[in-house]
Design a protein around this ligand. Structure first.
Ligand code: ADP
Ligand code: MG
Length: 547
């Protein structure tokens, strides 16, 4: 049978071109991407072999082999993982199936460094082969099939596909290395790249030693999280993060813990430095990876962390869950619940630590994920006080970036100030211009300026902090003048009685009451909410939601 020619999707073509240009300065990452795919393919096979051991057959030593053919100018990356069927090859290597393709292309900046990160985040790893190869051949056979497929492309507009012959299951990616990139045919160079980026891969990555004719293992070949912390460097942890997250920016922090006793598991959790571009895409499931006794079970096991910690990346390797655990089984599982609450504590500890020791990193974190973390103030009653301490706000004294902690606010409160005051508004500019602030400014009372939608819920769930009540400056009962009415105020009330009555009459059907106020210094009047009424912003939000 002859080869069939297929056109790449338009987006794929565009992406290929962009990638070859933007990753030019960091070519060696192609190997990390291909090794990462081979490792994923082995993980998939291991997982399926739990229920169908026949898939493994005699070929039980799972591995990745690199081989060089200097005469032909090729580098081959071969795995004995799950392999691909014809349909899978078309789906995975001919299209970019991920939903946000367009969004991704729009977000490219033309700046090499940034685009390189985006590309990694987007997971177009396979195509990085074309950075160093002018032709790529993939030979693959699925573990449960007898038919092999040969895919080939020069990375321009099209690829060919034909049935082929392959003895064993798995995938071979053959790179026809470009004339200018012959360095990637040097064993030393490859060895170095593998040690640098793929040391943590949990299976042997081997290369044939030309002199001794023996296969030499280049990496540690043990899953990183199973190794003692003392053996691991920051770079090891960072490379591993890139491997599991596809994020090329170094994480802000991580925590690696081996738990023994009643519950036995290892967790390795990372705080990324920035939000993924699709963080607000509701269809994107989030979560950490789940392994059971070193076997990869699933990506994005959402049950292991609450939604407000969905930015956390990493993994949990449990010895207590069954290998055939499914998503359904995870829900409401007692072991999972226990692991989950321990992980929440671990993440909050990590954030506390960062806030205390690395305030600049914490500011970065807050910038990227503060809005998500604040959801916990509503959802996680048990940890509300801890979360309150982690929150950062803008205020009338420090309004540019949100860096005011509630603790610092309380510490700054003048003796006569009784409550923590806040104002909610759509923007900082609107907040700052609010007439409600006049009286507070005059008295030197700091007011928190809250501009995230979630803030309304946060303040309505957090009633007090360190014994100080939280009060909206837009509430009628906010009293700025002390307990007793001064003789001056009594007189004023008398003088303005008639005006107040007339205004009240004119607005009768639209307001509850009209009062003389001490809160304004320049504006003639303002609208406030009744003490027990919903705030104006919440009312607006309900109206928008059609409730
Ligand atoms: P990602 O790894 O983020 O999914 P890639 O572009 O690296 O994106 O790979 C695309 C897909 O191609 C993979 O998800 C996988 O389904 C398939 N694939 C790539 N390499 C292999 C391989 N060695 N064995 C089996 N499948 C592979
Ligand atoms: Mg990949």
């Amino acid at each position: 049978m002859s080869a069939e020619k297929h056109e790449f999707q338009a987006e794929t073509r565009q992406l290929l071109r962009l990638m070859i240009h933007s990753l030019y300065s960091n070519k060696e990452i192609f190997l990390r991407e291909l090794v990462s795919n081979a490792s994923d393919a082995v993980d998939k096979l291991r997982f399926l072999a739990v229920s169908s051991p026949a898939l493994l057959g005699e070929d039980t030593e799972l591995r990745i082999d690199l081989s060089l053919d200097k005469a032909a100018g090729t580098l081959t990356i071969k795995d004995n993982g799950i392999g691909m069927s014809r349909e899978e090859v078309i789906e995975n290597l001919g299209t970019i199936a991920k939903s946000g393709t367009k969004k991704f292309l729009e977000s490219l900046t033309g700046e090499q460094q940034k685009d390189a990160q985006l590309i990694g985040q987007f997971g177009v790893g396979f195509y990085s082969a074309f950075i160093v190869a002018d032709k790529v051949t993939v030979l693959t056979k699925r573990a449960d099939s007898d038919e092999a497929v040969r895919w080939e492309s020069e990375g321009e507009g099209s690829y060919t596909l034909e049935p082929s012959f392959k003895l064993d299951r798995g995938t071979e990616v053959i790179l026809h290395v470009r004339e200018d990139d012959k360095e990637f045919l040097e064993p030393m160079r490859l060895q170095h790249i593998i040690r640098r980026y793929s040391d943590h891969i949990g299976l042997p990555i081997r290369m044939l030693d030309e002199d001794s004719k023996e296969w030499e293992t280049l990496n540690q070949a043990r899953a990183l999280w199973t190794r003692p912390k003392s053996e691991l460097t920051d770079e090891d942890y960072q490379n591993f993060y890139t491997h599991i997250s596809h994020d090329h920016e170094a994480p802000l922090a991580w925590t690696h813990q081996k738990v023994e006793g009643n519950l036995e598991y290892t967790s390795l959790l990372y705080i990324p430095a920035r939000a993924p571009f699709d963080m607000w895409d509701r269809d994107q499931s989030r979560g950490v990876q789940l392994y059971v006794k070193r076997v990869f079970i699933m990506d994005k096991a959402a049950e292991l962390l609450p939604p407000y910690l969905r930015f956390v990346r990493g993994l949990v390797d449990s010895s207590d869950l069954p290998l055939n655990v499914s998503r359904e089984l995870l829900q409401g599982n007692r072991t999972v619940e226990k692991i989950k609450s321990a992980l929440v504590k671990r993440v909050l500890d990590m954030l506390d630590d960062m806030a205390e020791k690395k305030p600049e990193d914490y500011a970065k974190f807050w910038q990227a994920f503060g809005v998500v973390l604040k959801e916990g103030m509503v959802d996680d009653v048990a940890n509300r006080d801890r979360l309150a301490k982690l929150c950062r706000f803008s205020s009338t004294t420090q309004s540019v970036t949100p860096e005011v902690t509630l603790a610092a606010y309380v510490a700054r409160m003048p003796a006569e100030q009784e409550a923590i005051y806040f104002l909610t508004a759509d923007t900082l500019a609107a907040a700052n211009a609010s007439p409600h602030l006049e009286g507070f400014r005059k008295r030197g009372f700091e007011v928190l300026l809250l501009t995230d939608r979630i803030d309304e819920w946060v303040v309505s769930n957090l009633h007090e902090f360190e014994g100080k009540k939280l009060e909206s400056v837009a509430r009628a009962g906010v009293d700025l003048g002390g307990k007793e009415e001064t003789p001056e105020q009594v007189q004023q009330n008398k003088d303005f009685e008639e005006v107040v009555t007339r205004v009240a009459k004119a607005l009768e059907s639209r307001v509850e009451s009209v009062r003389l106020s001490s809160r304004l210094t320049e504006s003639p009047s303002c609208l406030v909410s009744g003490d027990n009424a919903l705030s104006q912003r919440l009312q607006k939000m309900f109206q928008q939601a059609g409730e």
